[in-house]
Design a protein around this ligand. Structure first.
Ligand code: FAD
Length: 567
């Protein structure tokens, strides 16, 4: 037995594993279904991030159910299945959300501990800003006085110059609608505007929860991490203070893809579910914690009637908007040329330089709908200074679903809807944990969502019409050529997929509230259960208006404090 058993060595799980084992008397076992991340070139090389998923050994290789809001299309739904979880498989953009995002979590959970004023301390503990490996002057690209240089996870600005960098930055002084933001992390209480991307990387290498939090705790004798360990379900272990306890975890060898033989391990204190927004509700449902209507068809006895398990799912819809460009300054020709890519990878392998050492994104930006465009809608943003949509700039064809044409040079402005009002679900349809659950992000299902993503397309067309682009952008590609709202909405439904940010499938409500309102209390303990806590993005009641790995780290840092305080 161990004091704590953590399910999932992912983004959040490894933060908990590190913090709990700071005390040499505390023993921790982490069970991870996936493989090791060690010496895996696609995982380590920043520019190869988009090749880590989908349809690889590093990915759960999920697919979403047909999406009515997207012309009934389906698309791949990547989740990291290796040490570091999705932090080892993601695109490494690093942010913390807005102060209003966190203050809304505090309001919904009636717990001021989740407010921005309290959560800021966890950024300090978490981040370690490092210089970009090309050593360029970063003045005005990030506000150093607000950041920490002593935490666990390395964060840095982009290296190297993309053809489009000066055009993006020049547009921020040419068009008032798109101001420059000198720190895109959110740490300056201002996400609005366009600026330089901060990424979880250091010296040409990805930084993940595995390369940081796990690496610095790995030699502790009180920490055990087991890979290829597929958790089947949690087993009820009597009761504590009148609540059903779940301190036993059943798991199998993931490589066999069968549940026999099944192994069991007991936690003396707590089981911590950190299996992510898909894995966590799946394990809860397999364990009899869920909505009776979901469990009955599978004959799973209801141990805790918790109707919100797997409900309330949110995700950020992502829409690639592609422009054709003049000349060959985009990366497309290089990326189409296998020997050029091979040479770049060799250069990276020997010196950690060249474009492979950089992230795929150098700039990003955030914007709100104005009051005219919000008319008739209740504003779903966390507050009046939180963005509704995002713009992501890529110096090549970047569409996670549609591959690049055989010829041509492109510039992509991806837009993402940050405040979706659609809610989806994760539901098991088999008692076999190796059968993927039904994943339904329910993209673009509401009038607000389609309206806002359509407005985001109009906004980036205004952006691309700035004088800065006059000698570069030659036209819109494909359905981006539409001009009416109806044509641009059709463009959105045809091309939208995901930024890979599912949240809220085991969402948090005030501790005084029953399981009919949400799955976990404000201290992340599961409502109606003892010995069981959830620490991953599934607990957030609302999706934050940013890339969420930063919030996952912050959440886990505070959760570690809560767990230590209750021990
Ligand atoms: P995860 O990190 O997914 O951890 C869950 C862990 O549990 C995994 O290791 C999984 O294998 C394990 N697990 C699940 N089920 C079981 C089981 N039954 N038994 C044992 N183990 C199990 N965010 C950003 O901020 N910036 C980005 O640029 C960005 N890009 C992304 C790109 C991609 C392709 C993806 C997939 C995600 C991206 N994200 C990005 C999102 C971000 O990485 C995730 O939201 C975040 O890492 C989730 O953290 P988590 O701890 O909730 O879950």
């Amino acid at each position: 037995t161990y004091d704590y058993v953590i399910v999932g060595a992912g983004n959040a799980g490894l933060v908990i594993a590190n913090r709990l084992t700071e005390n040499p008397a505390t023993t921790v076992l982490v069970l991870e279904a996936g493989i090791s991340d060690q010496n895996q070139i696609p995982v380590m090389a920043p520019f190869l991030g988009p090749s880590v998923t989908p349809d690889t050994p590093y990915d759960w290789n999920y697919t979403v159910v047909a999406q009515p809001g997207l012309d009934n299309r389906t698309y791949p739904y990547p989740r990291g299945r290796l040490l570091g979880g999705s932090s080892s498989a993601n695109y490494m953009i690093h942010q913390y959300g807005t102060n209003e995002d966190w203050n809304r979590v505090a309001a919904v959970s009636s717990d001021q501990g989740w407010s921005w004023n309290n959560m800021k301390q966890y950024i300090k503990r978490h981040e370690k800003i490092v210089p970009p490996s090309d050593g360029h002057n970063t003045t005005d690209q990030l506000i150093p006085s607000l950041h920490s240089f002593t935490g666990e996870l390395q964060i840095s600005l982009p290296i190297g110059n993309q053809t489009t960098d000066p055009f993006v930055i020049a547009t921020t002084s040419q068009l008032k609608e798109f101001p420059y933001n000198e720190d895109t992390s959110g740490i300056n209480n201002n996400l609005l505007g366009i600026g330089w991307a901060q990424s979880s990387m250091d010296d040409g290498l990805r930084a993940s929860s595995s390369s940081s939090y796990l690496a610095s705790a790995n030699s502790r004798p009180n920490l055990t991490v087991m890979i290829n360990a597929m958790v089947i379900k949690l087993l009820s272990t009597g009761s504590t203070n009148g609540l059903k306890a779940f301190r036993n975890v059943q798991f199998a060898d993931a490589r066999t893809k069968t549940v026999t033989p099944a192994f069991q391990v007991q936690a003396r204190k707590e089981v911590i579910l950190s299996a992510g927004s898909v894995g966590t509700p799946q394990i809860l449902q397999l364990s009899g914690i869920g909505a009776p209507a979901d469990l009955a068809p599978l004959h799973i006895p209801v141990l805790i009637n918790s109707p919100q398990v797997g409900r309330n799912m949110q995700d950020h819809p992502l829409l690639p908007n592609i422009f054709t460009v003049s000349g060959n300054g985009s990366l497309d020709d290089t990326l189409r040329n296998a020997s050029a890519v091979g040479a770049a990878i060799s250069q990276w392998a020997s010196s950690k330089t060249g474009f492979i050492a950089n992230n795929v994104i150098n700039q990003l930006g955030f914007a709100r709908l104005n009051s005219t465009l919000l008319k008739g809608f209740t504003d779903p943003a966390a507050g009046p200074t939180s963005p509704h949509y995002e713009m992501i700039f890529a110096n090549f064809w970047l569409d996670p679903v549609v591959t690049v044409p055989a010829t041509g040079n492109f510039f992509t402005i991806l837009t993402a809807l940050l405040t979706p009002t659609s809610r989806g679900s994760v539901k098991i349809h088999s008692t076999n944990p190796f059968v993927a659950p039904l994943i339904d992000p329910n993209m673009l299902a509401t009038d607000f969502d389609i309206h806002t993503i359509t407005e985001s397309v109009k906004a980036i067309k205004r952006f691309a019409a700035a004088p800065a682009w006059s000698n570069y952008i030659t036209g819109a590609f494909g359905t981006l050529n539409g001009t009416t709202d109806a044509q641009l909405a059709a463009h959105a439904r045809l091309h939208t997929s995901t930024v890979f940010h599912p949240t809220s499938t085991a969402s948090m409500t005030a501790t005084s509230k029953s399981p009919s309102s949400g799955v976990v209390n404000s201290d992340l303990t599961v409502k109606g259960a003892a010995g069981l806590r959830i620490v991953d993005l599934s607990v957030l009641p609302f999706i934050p208006s940013c890339h969420p790995q930063g919030p996952a780290y912050m959440l886990a840092e505070r959760a570690a404090d809560l767990i230590k305080a209750s021990a």
